[in-house]
Design a protein around this ligand. Structure first.
Ligand code: PRP
Length: 211
């Protein structure tokens, strides 16, 4: 039988994900500090793929992976058709609107024509549209906090974990869009075809998660 294939988001979630899977008995030694993209645990019939976070739902939706671990922020920004049966209680962060302090005073909520820099253009567009604000969304790939500092944007929509990056760049949080944490996702066909293996794995994850 084909190994049960799990796609793991690299970056901040990889280390805690590898630790969770190691605690279930999977051999993922070294995966968090390596350039190797496929890790096989032949003894346990499992294969792990290390992928860019936004690509994890794509591997799972298309069946290249049976399951995956990725942030809910990535799932909400994308539109992959996958099951999301389990939140994992790590990788907690929040997607927020932030800007310079003067925007809090000026009440940005009544401003038309705001320029908003973000790695989350869909979530940002949805947030501003729902409030009747015609924001211009500027898509960036990272270090989004730079944009208001140099006049590229009025506001940012970005993830906050400790809040240190906002603080270090003189920005303040203005509104929360959603909370996020790591999630276990499953391919729709695998959910049926490999139900026993996946159910056993999810039960073990739940036991660990709730300890
Ligand atoms: C994320 C996020 C913020 C920062 C928040 O960026 O986009 O910039 O972390 O973390 P903090 O609240 O603990 O400071 P990341 O480090 O993933 O890099 P990027 O900006 O290049 O995407």
């Amino acid at each position: 039988m084909k190994p049960l294939t799990i796609a793991l988001a690299k970056g901040r979630l990889l280390d805690p994900s590898a630790r969770l899977l190691a605690s279930l008995g999977f051999d993922l030694n070294g995966a968090a500090n390596s350039r190797q993209l496929i890790w096989d645990d032949v003894a346990r019939g499992a294969r792990f793929l290390i992928a860019k976070p936004s690509d994890v739902p794509i591997y799972v939706e298309n069946g290249a992976a049976d399951a995956g671990i990725v942030g809910q922020d990535v799932l909400r920004e994308g539109d992959a058709d996958v099951y999301e049966p389990l939140a994992l209680n790590y990788g907690h962060c929040r997607l927020v609107v932030a800007g310079k302090a003067e925007h809090a005073a000026a009440d940005w909520r009544f401003n038309a024509g705001l320029r908003v820099a973000t790695k989350y253009p869909r979530a940002a567009q949805k947030f501003f549209s729902a409030r009747g604000l015609a924001a211009e969304i500027i898509g960036l790939a990272g270090s989004v906090e730079l944009a208001p500092m140099v006049g590229l944007a009025d506001l940012i929509v970005d993830l906050v974990d400790t809040g240190q990056t906002l603080k270090a760049n003189g920005l303040i949080e203005l509104a929360e869009i959603f909370k996020s944490q790591a999630a276990f996702i499953v391919n729709r066909a695998s959910f049926t075809l490999r139900a026993d293996e996946l159910r056993a794995m999810m039960e073990k994850i739940e036991e660990r998660r709730d300890q």
